[in-house]
Design a binder for this molecule. Structure first.
Ligand SMILES: [Zn+2]
Length: 368
């Protein structure tokens, strides 16, 4: 893009930000503590990441700007964020640099729940749903809970380099000691929280799915229509998801997960890879931007963020230290999950790979 165009775009982004901030300000007057205020703050972070910064491809200056924005936001909220830098070899010999940002909210117990979301994007669209939505809600929740003391410690981790193959989350898990794994009761992955036709939570099979069940119970009590994978696709048992996001390295390390997503498991190949009935796939397409979604689904993004905010806040405040210790004990007795790490990437796109057929020819989401 040339300089003149860049200026026009930047001015337009500036105007959009002002308009959005004005709307947010009006929306939050008078009732600063109602749950939708969390959604409004998440939306403001999303606009900054996807419009003021834009695409955030791993290793680019924009990804670094997003990392800095996350770090500064934690600092402004009174957290002491740590940056965990990492580099990895690129095909063709270069080295790509990125980093994770970590901020801890102390609880009564040293047992921890991790809340994670990736801030990088692909080079198509603006990465508004995927995954400014996850980062936006993570930051808004961190702000909301700043002055509370949950029963379990909450470790917020904002990952770099998810799109090239969960490099940030894999780097983080690879660096966890046995003791750190042993005190982590679960990992909540926030990836594409808004834009899909319905909101979902997934978790492990059997007892390992306790976080999913607890989230569904909370939603039912709050009157929120939260769903899970109905299990219509034999590759993905009801309630579970494949290893296609940042929960995967944690699951492979034996840590239970709760994965939150907005999509639609009732269309296409029944694998949750098409977000909407109306337009098919949104993420990784030019449609993944604020104005397209605001125009075509008025109110949807804010509503979904608000629903996830209420469920997740209640979840984080309701897992007691006794529950957490019992879950960690139960997990240690388990034989472990023998499913291999399976994901494939080509041309930067996400591949959903049936867990039982690693390496075999695949029906890939973007070949439909
Ligand atoms: Zn994502």
């Amino acid at each position: 893009m040339d300089l003149q165009n860049a200026k026009i775009v930047r001015r337009a982004a500036g105007r959009l930000m002002l308009a959005a901030l004005a709307v947010l300000w009006m929306a939050s007057c008078g009732e600063p503590d109602r749950p939708s205020a969390v959604a409004d703050r998440a939306l403001a972070h999303m606009l900054h990441l996807s419009e003021a910064i834009g695409q955030r491809v791993t290793g680019t200056p924009n990804e670094a700007k997003a990392l800095d924005y996350v770090r500064q936001t934690f600092l402004a909220m009174g957290y002491e964020p740590a940056v965990q830098p990492f580099g990895f070899a690129e095909e063709g010999g270069g080295v790509v640099f990125s980093g994770n940002v970590i901020a801890v909210l102390p609880g009564d117990s040293p047992l921890e729940i991790i809340v994670g979301a990736h801030y990088d994007s692909v080079d198509v669209g603006r990465g508004f749903a995927d995954n400014a939505s996850g980062v936006g809600l993570l930051l808004a929740l961190a702000g909301r809970l700043r002055n509370s003391r949950p029963p379990c410690t909450v470790r917020f981790i904002v990952f770099g380099a998810e799109e090239p193959g969960f490099i940030g989350s894999r780097f983080y898990v690879a660096g966890m000691s046995e003791a750190e794994i042993g005190k982590t009761v679960g990992m909540i992955n926030l990836d594409t929280l808004a834009c899909g036709d319905m909101i979902y939570v997934y978790g492990g099979e059997g007892e390992a799915g306790w976080m999913r069940q607890q989230a569904l119970d909370i939603a039912a009590q709050l009157g929120i229509d939260l769903k899970t994978n109905p299990g219509w696709n034999p590759h993905y048992p009801a309630g579970t998801a494949g290893d296609w996001s940042d929960h995967a390295p944690f699951r492979q390390a034996g840590i239970d997960y709760l994965y939150c997503e907005a999509t639609n498991w009732e269309i296409g190949d029944l694998d949750g890879s098409l977000q909407t009935e109306k337009f098919g796939e949104i993420i990784h397409t030019p449609r993944d931007n604020f104005s397209f979604l605001a125009r075509n689904f008025p109110g949807r993004v804010r509503g979904q963020l608000g629903d996830f905010a209420r469920v997740l806040e209640t979840f984080l405040l309701s897992v007691t230290a006794e529950d957490a210790a019992a879950r960690i004990d139960a997990r240690a007795k388990d034989e472990g999950d023998a499913r291999p790490a399976v994901y494939l990437r080509r041309d930067g796109s996400v591949r959903r790979l049936p867990p039982e057929t690693p390496g075999s020819p695949l029906r890939l989401r973007d070949e439909r």
